[in-house]
Ligand binder design. Structure first.
Ligand code: RIB
Ligand code: CA
Length: 344
């Protein structure tokens, strides 16, 4: 943070800080389409010092998810390539459950279908490989090194985070904040009437993180569904700003947005994961309420449901608030940040 200048009035002197130093960050991701858009934003942001991208099974298996992360890094084409480390291959207790039917069998909208004018693959196989380091070790090592300065942005099920808690709770509790894309407070789920996908896939991990004592910000469906990306806007953007990145965004969102056209009533998609990165960059984009939240792990109909205690007579002694839940978002300002950060 640099002190740029002082503002004074008759009584006070106000230091004005600008050009904040980039903040140490880890992105933990399950490698789907909206994850990819979020990673483009993070790679292009001057406010983020991306220490690692850790990967796990969720939208797609962990190996494909890692390939997808490397694809995004290749397309953005930065000099400094963040560490990419693979973690959990399945949830803590439940069987694996993926979203290949929504994100495509490759997790990125079946990129293999796209060809260049000469018929060559637009997205040829890459030679880069993820690190041989284990994601849980990377998370704990980074937590130890950067402590309270570190923000973890969790874009998938919370299995990696939960495993890090299990392995070395004290070290992980040093991190400043975990910004979680997951759950829902006042709106229904998406993968079921009760549950949002990331919490549905691994409710046990989500509940462990709720009990972690780490400062948590929940970027749930309440705000993600107020951050729509419309297909025609994306296509118009790519026409006006032709680049490998804008072409990739048009290509990888095709199937994902068609799912929304056929099932959610609009041709576009919600920017779940990009909004979590947006909130990690600028928390003023959202308004939050500190609530006590639990995640149902056993419900026959409600497994994965995030339940916030919104009663007037809350028992804040026995059930103290454990998460800052986002309830409103400045959609216009967020979408401006999104388009600013997908610019190469
Ligand atoms: O419910 C939306 C979340 O589930 C997003 O993170 C999406 O990528 C999927 O992981
Ligand atoms: Ca995700």
């Amino acid at each position: 943070m640099t002190l740029d200048f002082l503002v004074t009035d008759s009584l006070h002197i106000y230091p004005v800080m600008s050009n904040p130093l980039p903040r140490p960050m880890i992105i933990d991701t399950d490698g789907g389409v909206d994850d990819a858009l979020a990673i483009v934003m993070a790679l292009n942001s001057d406010h983020i010092d991306l220490k690692a991208i850790t990967v796990l099974a969720g939208n797609i298996d962990v190996h494909q998810a890692a390939k997808n992360v490397l694809r995004v890094i290749n397309i953005v084409g930065l000099e400094a390539i963040p560490l990419v480390a693979k973690g959990c291959t399945k949830p803590l207790v439940n069987p694996p459950f993926n979203a290949a039917g929504i994100h495509g069998s490759d997790g990125l909208g079946e990129l293999h279908q796209f060809k260049n004018a000469d018929g060559s693959p637009r997205y040829p196989a890459l030679t880069t490989e993820p690190s041989t380091e284990d994601a849980i070790e990377v998370i704990l090592k980074t937590a130890e090194e950067y402590g309270n300065d570190l923000t973890i942005v969790a874009l998938g099920p919370l299995t990696n985070i939960a495993m890090a808690l299990e392995k070395d709770r004290t070290t992980l509790q040093k991190v400043g904040r975990i910004v979680i894309m997951g759950g829902a407070v006042k709106v229904p789920g998406n993968i079921s009437a009760a549950a949002e996908f990331n919490f549905f896939v691994d409710p046990h991990a989500a509940q462990m993180v709720m009990e972690s004592g780490i400062p948590l910000t929940l970027v749930g469906l309440d705000v993600a569904m107020k951050a729509p990306l419309v297909r025609s806007d994306v296509e118009a953007y790519a026409q006006k700003n032709p680049s490998q990145v804008s072409q990739f965004i048009v290509d990888c969102t095709g199937i994902y947005m068609a799912f929304y056209r056929d099932n959610e009533g609009f041709h576009g998609c919600y920017l779940h994961d990009p909004l979590a990165v947006g909130v990690a960059i600028d928390s003023s984009l959202v308004s939050t309420e500190s609530v006590y939240m639990v995640v149902e792990t056993d419900g026959k109909f409600t497994a994965g449901m995030s339940l916030a205690d919104l009663r007037d007579r809350r028992d804040e002694v026995n059930s103290p608030p454990n998460v800052d839940a986002c309830l409103e978002v400045d959609t216009e300002r967020f979408l401006k940040l999104f388009y600013d950060l997908i610019q190469p």
